[in-house]
Design a protein around this ligand. Structure first.
Ligand code: SAH
Ligand code: SF4
Ligand code: F3S
Length: 545
């Protein structure tokens, strides 16, 4: 029975909290209590970024550890958890648009309960959530997700302690005058989940590893600091222990996660073993990393986990996202010197114009950004670069948009994630006029994507004839290829008898399609590139490692 209990979370480092008000018993949740005794089958719908995917793995792990079973579909679930994204209005609209379906599911299954978590659940808008999401029974802010089992009354059902309880929400911090989540307890909650095996990882090949929660940056358009609260780093040794466990479990690739991984460590206590870490002088507010572990230290330590024959125990190490503001020389050197660190960096630029960057609160100039890119490329041969761009930000002129196109051509990105600016409630940019008309935003977005398609194709063509190492992570199911662009990806693949269509990524994060036996899944394969499209490569398998 004990294996079904959730770990006790260590919150001993927290300030003693004032006595909580009397718990509110929510009758809609009460039937998960001991009288019902039947644990719900759950399904999780995850939207948004890698951080949400990682958070969902942890929630699934906690529900499994509590004895719940996964349901294959929403229709067969008694508990639906929706992990939302709020980065743009369209992301939130996706969930609002499902309220009717949820209502129908609830009518068909009166036991069904719906939990809404993720970045759409912000303290400042808690009051309006019930109105906007009428089918939802329980709202959890991102920092409340570790409590999912207790909030649903599942832990108390096991312990026989009584009814489901909707506990009062946890303490908040003020950001820009708004109450936001406080991520202070998330590192210890993660450590407890890892120790209890309560992380249900969705892949056996690649793993997410959160290293820093929240965001301290000042991007005026962005909702994340309001939904996830101030930065909080996980202790160095805990991250390293999780990485070691992933290596022992056979993971081939690990991606360190944070809204801005480059500020990792600035909130950790200084220690003599990190005495050599010194802050560097960069634009914007300087991070005080003196004597503290920074990202460079962390990736060097993970890279130093070796097999008995001296190879990196985790062959591929990635990290995302890097803010150009504090991308240090120390990090660039570590990338260059650690064989496991992949030759790919996601470095969001957002705009190619300094005045727009200033209005966005990004704290760097294009000159600074280009200097970083130059240094990165000099240090890391064959480096692939990807970026994020927002078009149509407040006051963006045609000339400023053209400057972004020029920057894309100058840098030659391998991949660009672009979106039209979407005003988010409560963010500083709401004080600026959202004055680029929707139709003009769409035109700029389409033009940017067209320009980038040609750049991406050129970058990919440079790989023709080269042999690359592919980590196979997908068996592509056979299907009609009729509607695929003829030149792209798997369209022309003809697996031989006994073989299947396979896909995987190079160290540069390029998608490669080829054919081979199904048991290559999870292995490194040498592939010669025969064909390049703007978004993927196709090749011939030479051998497997
Ligand atoms: N912390 C990461 C990820 C932020 S969200 C970073 O700084 O890169 C991912 C991307 O969404 C951002 O880089 C930005 O390009 C985009 N984005 C954020 N807020 C937006 C908004 N209000 N409208 C349109 N795009 C937005
Ligand atoms: Fe948002 Fe900027 Fe933080 Fe990224 S760095 S999450 S864009 S505030
Ligand atoms: Fe979306 Fe939150 Fe990630 S707003 S992009 S899910 S941090």
């Amino acid at each position: 029975m004990s294996s079904r209990l959730l770990p006790v979370l260590d919150r001993s480092h927290l300030e003693p909290a004032p006595p909580p008000p009397a718990p509110v018993v929510d009758p809609r949740l009460a039937e998960y209590g001991p009288d019902g005794a039947v644990l719900p089958r759950f399904a999780i719908w995850t939207l948004g970024c890698q951080m949400n995917k990682s958070d969902s793995e942890e929630m699934a792990g906690r529900l499994l550890a509590a004895g719940c079973e996964p349901a294959p579909t929403f229709e067969t679930a008694d508990l639906i958890v929706i992990n939302t994204c709020a980065i743009r209005e369209a992301a939130e609209a996706k969930v609002i648009g499902r309220q009717g379906q949820l209502r129908r599911l609830k009518a068909a299954n009166p036991r069904l309960r719906v939990v809404l978590t993720g970045c759409a659940v912000r303290e400042a808008s808690r009051a309006s959530l019930a109105r906007r999401f009428p089918a939802v029974d329980l709202f959890l802010r991102p920092d409340e997700e570790p409590e999912i089992v207790e909030r649903l009354g599942l832990a108390s059902a096991q312990a026989g302690l009584g009814r489901a309880v909707v506990a009062p929400s946890r303490a908040t911090t003020l950001v820009g005058g708004q109450p936001v989540s406080d991520a202070v307890h998330l590192p210890s909650a993660r450590a407890a989940a890892v120790a209890a095996g309560a992380v249900a990882r969705s892949s056996r090949i690649s793993a997410w590893l959160p290293i820093i929660y929240g965001c301290d940056k000042t991007c005026t358009y962005c909702i994340v600091p309001f939904s996830r609260g101030p930065e909080r780093s996980r202790p160095f040794d805990e991250v390293l222990a999780e990485a070691r466990a992933l290596a022992e479990a056979g993971y081939r690739e690990v991606t360190l996660l944070g809204q801005n991984v480059n500020s990792y460590g600035h909130d950790l206590p200084p220690e003599p073993r990190f005495a050599h870490v010194a802050p560097e002088r960069w634009a914007g507010r300087r991070l005080d990393l003196r004597g503290r572990p920074d990202l460079a230290e962390l990736i060097r330590a993970i890279d130093a986990l070796r097999t008995t024959d001296g190879r990196p125990a985790i062959p591929r190490l990635r990290f995302v996202t890097s803010h150009p503001w504090d991308l240090s020389d120390r990090l660039i050197a570590a990338m260059a010197e650690c064989p496991s660190v992949c030759e790919h960096l996601h470095l969001p630029v957002q705009s190619g114009d300094d005045a727009v960057l200033r209005r966005m609160g990004r704290q760097y100039t294009i000159e600074h950004y280009l200097e970083r890119v130059e240094r990165l490329r000099a240090a890391v041969p064959d480096l692939a670069l990807s970026t994020d761009v927002i078009v149509g930000f407040c006051g963006e002129t045609e000339a400023q948009f053209e400057a972004t196109l020029a920057l894309l051509r100058q840098v030659g990105y391998d991949q660009v994630f672009a979106a039209a600016y979407s005003e988010r409630p409560g963010t500083p940019a709401t004080k600026l006029a959202d004055d680029v008309p929707a139709e003009e935003k769409r035109r700029r977005l389409n033009e940017l994507l067209r320009v980038q398609e040609a750049i991406g194709l050129e970058r990919n063509r440079a790989w023709l004839g080269r042999t690359v190492e592919v980590l196979v992570d997908e068996i592509v199911p056979p299907r009609s290829h009729d509607h695929e662009p003829a030149e792209e990806g798997r369209g022309r693949l003809r697996p031989a008898p006994g073989e299947v269509a396979l896909a995987g990524r190079t160290r540069q994060n390029k998608l490669v399609h080829f054919t081979g036996p199904a048991d290559l899944l999870g292995r490194f394969v040498e592939v010669r590139i025969d064909h390049a499209g703007p978004y993927s490569l196709r090749g011939t398998r030479l051998g497997a490692a």
